[in-house]
Design a protein around this ligand. Structure first.
Ligand SMILES: C[S@@+](CC[C@H](N)C(=O)[O-])C[C@H]1O[C@@H](n2cnc3c(N)ncnc32)[C@H](O)[C@@H]1O
Length: 245
């Protein structure tokens, strides 16, 4: 017997209409009414809100660590780790726009000297302008090369490099140059990012072991390794040993 009247099944706000007109078997089709459209809009709006919140949280965390209080705290920790004191000679290798170099230059005072090296001449100019703008007379910008720091031999008490080692195209030569520029007994601090296999959201980095072996080959001795320097960075502290008499 053929049933001509459609059967309407309701579940929540979605309605399905079934009819038996085709060979007695049921064919169902959803009836997209106003309530279904409202659900789709709610889901879309919720997805957009979640995306905006995640992006804002990411930007907030990046600001905190790169420009905000987290950055100054990192400078404090670096200064303590490297035992910097007023009057010391310190080098920032690959100083970028010079934000950290300026912070360290304040710490070593006018009797100290901060060499800020860069391979990029535009950034070198930014360092110059930042130092002048902040009234820092103890900052000396230095043009680095692919294979050399550009620093004189035995000129520094402390050298640090933050997020630079993984950019080096001739790491072996730079390591030799770093070793030559550091005074015996001085410290080299390397901060760099873990690799994407460990932190999938970072785009680049270098394993701490690669940095360690490269610098040990140049003569440095590892003093300390901090795996969680920041959410994405580790920190290695090396020493150039005092030569035996
Ligand atoms: C990711 S940025 C880090 C800048 C800064 N150290 C910081 O933490 O904000 C890497 C910097 O290293 C510089 N750089 C790359 N190779 C270099 C080299 N051989 N000598 C000096 N600087 C280098 C780049 O020009 C770039 O400014």
């Amino acid at each position: 017997m053929v049933n001509a009247a459609p059967l309407i099944v309701s579940h929540g706000r979605v309605r399905a209409v079934a009819d038996t007109r085709r060979g007695g078997s049921y064919r169902c089709r959803l009836v997209p009414g106003v309530p279904v459209k409202r659900y789709v809009w709610r889901i879309l709006v919720a997805a957009v809100v979640v995306l905006v919140l995640v992006a804002a949280a990411g930007a907030g965390v990046a600001w905190w660590f790169n420009r905000g209080p987290g950055f100054e705290r990192e400078c404090d920790r670096l200064a303590a780790l490297a035992a910097t004191r007023p009057g010391m000679v310190v080098a920032d290798i690959g100083a970028g726009s010079g934000r950290m170099a300026a912070s360290m230059a304040f710490r070593i005072g006018p009797s100290g000297r901060l060499f800020a090296t860069e391979i990029n001449e535009v950034l070198l100019q930014s360092i110059r302008e930042r130092a002048a703008g902040q009234g820092l007379s103890n900052v000396t910008p230095i043009l680095a090369g692919e294979s050399t720091t550009g620093l004189a031999a035995d000129c520094c008490d402390v050298i640090y490099m933050r997020r630079v080692y993984h950019h080096l195209t001739d790491a072996r030569a730079v390591a030799t140059s770093l070793y030559s520029s550091l005074r015996p007994g001085g410290r080299l601090v390397v901060i760099d990012m873990w690799t994407p296999d460990r932190l999938p959201f970072v785009r680049h980095g270098i394993p701490a072991e690669t940095v360690r072996s490269g610098l040990e080959r140049a003569g440095f001795q590892l003093e300390r390794q901090i795996d969680r320097w920041s959410p994405i960075d580790y920190c290695l502290v090396f020493r150039k040993l005092v030569r035996e008499a």
